[in-house]
Design a binder for this molecule. Sequence first.
Ligand SMILES: [Ca+2]
Length: 418
Amino acid sequence: MRLCLLPALASEPDTRSRNTVPIPRWFGSGAKWAALLLAACSPSAASTPDGQTPGPGPGPVAGGPEQVAHQVVTVVDDLDNPWAVAWLPDGDMLVTERPGRLRIVRDGTLLRDAVEGVPAVRARGQGGLLDVAPHPDFAGNRLLYLSFAAQHDDGGSSTMVVRGRFENDALTGVEEVWVAQSRGRDHFGSRLAFDADNYLYITAGDRQVSPRGGLAELSAHPAQDLSTHHGVVVRLHDDGRIPADNPFVGQEGVLQDIYSYGHRNAQGMAFHPETGDLWLNEHGPQGGDEVNLILPGRNYGWPVVGYGVNYGSGSRIHVGSHRDGMEPPAHYWVPSIATSGLMIYTGDRFPQWRGSMFVGGLAGQQLARLTLDGQTVTGEETLVRRRGRIRDVRQGPDGLIYLVFDRPGMVARLEPGS
Ligand SMILES: [Ca+2]
């Protein structure tokens, strides 16, 4: 019998990110386990909840690894669960460490002391200090944005974004920009992105609220409830005010900062530098990681529709993979690779990869390169296999492709050559 890895093991984004469901009594039966293992090994294991063949699937990619020689070169290591990198105009590279430290890499060297003035974070489970983004006009205003899991007085936690002035290697004048109205366990989302007009977009996860039951119950899940921030993208002015032209402004009972909803846990988001399209990736459950093109006011379906099943039991979550009024993904993975980090490459060091979208994989320990034709994903290539859990992917100011590895904790970059 051919051995294979159960999708549950291959796709788990983080140890705490399972959707838990009651395990039926028959699950302990040896025969059922064997049947489940066989099912997981068979091509049919990749079928969708409504039995359709998955698609859009990976297709042929021009410029595969044999054509584009590259090597993974360590930039800094000895980092503790790094989550994100960003660059400042003077060339400094900033790295967040999830336990709550912001680090500086100057002239290729990791400075010993962490940045002072970073607020206290709730460093537990998937929470902690998460994304970092300089204001688009950082050179003029020195404003730096941080996202993190905040501890609230009621004992709960939620995603929070602050900004402060970053000068002399310290953060001062820190002020709240946004705090998610959500409670739960993990799934903090929290990627930050600015558009060309300096509006700030933030992802917030569904807080791991388990989807259960039939259509009525799934439709009542917090990720489908616009009076909360479970599983949303929000759009704000750079100081946190709500823009008057947000899609739900004026609608009663709806949080006016919501830009899109029905997401599970998006840990990758970026504007295409040339088209201005907003792209996002989000963790599916067991199967069904997605890449989505984000449009204002749209519902991305979690947990009503999708391509995943419950961890371990493989039991059904969704009512199907499509439903009117819910946006289908531009691309998805079955089994999941545990997507994190998203970058569209526009540099000149890998000319063959210009215009490709890069997506990191945590459990999948890989870097996916997706080719785009406008807003359509036309192919997929897997790079950087089994080097570690990839949390973030960015293009450096030098045109190289930087990867943040959660474990082992390091920042590395792809350089041309072999
Ligand atoms: Ca979806």
